[in-house]
Design a protein around this ligand. Structure first.
Ligand SMILES: NC(=O)c1ccc[n+]([C@@H]2O[C@H](COP(=O)([O-])OP(=O)(O)OC[C@H]3O[C@@H](n4cnc5c(N)ncnc54)[C@H](O)[C@@H]3O)[C@@H](O)[C@H]2O)c1
Length: 251
C-alpha cells in the first residue's frame, strides 16, 4: 500500500534539488502534488517527469514570500485535486558567509522573506484550509542543521532557519488538539545539482565535514519527509528530524 494514496497538497521549491526529490517521492507514494516554484522551466520539467512515471502533478508559479501567491497555491491544490491534506514548505535560499555588520540589509530581508516568512505563509494558509474543513493534515518544513546551531558568517540563513524551527514547534502545539501534525527536517549537507556545481574542492570539503564522509542524496531527505507526512508518523509532531548522519551531534 502506497504511503500517501489519495492525498493532495503542495511542495514548494520543487523545481530542483531536495524539493524535486520530495515531490517525486510523494507522487510515487500515490499523492497528487502541486509543484510550486519561481523557476518555471524547472517546475515544469519535474511535473513532466512525475507524469511520465505515472504520477499526478501540476505546476504553479509561486513565490513563497508573496502572500497572494501562497493563498493562490492553496486554492489551486483544492481546485485541481479536491482537497488539501498535506503541505511541504521546502523553498529556501542561502547566502555566502559574511560578517553580520557587513551584510546588506536587503540581502538579510530577502533571505528572511523566503526562508522564514515563506514558511509562515505556507503554514498559515494550509492550516486555515485544514481547520475550515476539519482535516487532520500533516505539514513538514525544511529547516536545516543551521536551524539548531550557529554557523559562522551565515547570519540571515541561520536566523531564518531558527525561525522555521520555531514556527514548526508553535504550529505543532497550537493545532495538536485538531490532529494536525507539523514537523521539520533538518538536513546537513545535501548533494543537489546546485551543490555539485560548485568547485570540486568546495564539494570535497563538504563531504569531508560529514561524519559519514559523504553528503546526503536528496532522495534520503525525501524518505524522511514522506514518512513524516504519512500516517506512519501518526504520533510525531513538533519534531525537528535531523537527517545528517550524526553531523549535528558530532559537534
Ligand atoms: N542543499 C543542502 O545542503 C541543504 C541543507 C540544509 C537545508 N537545505 C534547505 O533545503 C531546501 C531546498 O534546498 P536545495 O538545496 O534543494 O536548494 P535548490 O536551490 O537546489 O532548490 C531550491 C528551489 O527553490 C526555489 N525557490 C527559490 N526561491 C523561491 C521562492 N521565493 N519561492 C518559491 N520557490 C523558490 C528555487 O527556484 C529552486 O528550484 C532549502 O530550504 C534549503 O535551505 C538545503
Amino acid at each position: 500500500m502506497a504511503l500517501m494514496e489519495g492525498r493532495a497538497g503542495f511542495v514548494t521549491g520543487a523545481g530542483a534539488g531536495i524539493g524535486e526529490a520530495i515531490a517525486k517521492r510523494i507522487a510515487a507514494e500515490g499523492a497528487s502534488v502541486v509543484v510550486a516554484d519561481v523557476d518555471d522551466a524547472g517546475g515544469e520539467r519535474v511535473v513532466r517527469e512525475i507524469t511520465e512515471a505515472g504520477g499526478t502533478a501540476s505546476y504553479l508559479h509561486v513565490d513563497v514570500s508573496s502572500e497572494d501567491d501562497v493563498r493562490a497555491m492553496v486554492d489551486a491544490v483544492v481546485e485541481r485535486y479536491g482537497t488539501l491534506d498535506f503541505a511541504m514548505n521546502n523553498a529556501g535560499i542561502g547566502h555566502l558567509p559574511v560578517p553580520l555588520h557587513e551584510m546588506e540589509t536587503a540581502q538579510y530581508d530577502k533571505v528572511m522573506a523566503i526562508d522564514a516568512r515563506g514558511v509562515f505563509l505556507g503554514l498559515k494558509y494550509a492550516i486555515a484550509y485544514m481547520r475550515e474543513h476539519d482535516i487532520a493534515g500533516s505539514i513538514v518544513n525544511t529547516a536545516s542543521g543551521t536551524g539548531l546551531k550557529a554557523s559562522k558568517g551565515l547570519t540571515a540563513y541561520v536566523t531564518s532557519k531558527h525561525a522555521a524551527v520555531g514556527l514548526t514547534r508553535m504550529a505543532a502545539i497550537d493545532y495538536a488538539e485538531h490532529g494536525i501534525r507539523v514537523n521539520a527536517v533538518a538536513p546537513g549537507s545535501v548533494k543537489t545539482p546546485q551543490m555539485v556545481a560548485q568547485p570540486a574542492d568546495i564539494v570535497a570539503g563538504y563531504e569531508a565535514l560529514m561524519p559519514s564522509k559523504r553528503m546526503a542524496r536528496p532522495e534520503e531527505i525525501a524518505a524522511a519527509v514522506v514518512w513524516l507526512l504519512s500516517d506512519e508518523a501518526s504520533y510525531v509532531s513538533g519534531d525537528i528530524v535531523e537527517v545528517d548522519f550524526g553531523y549535528l551531534q558530532a559537534g
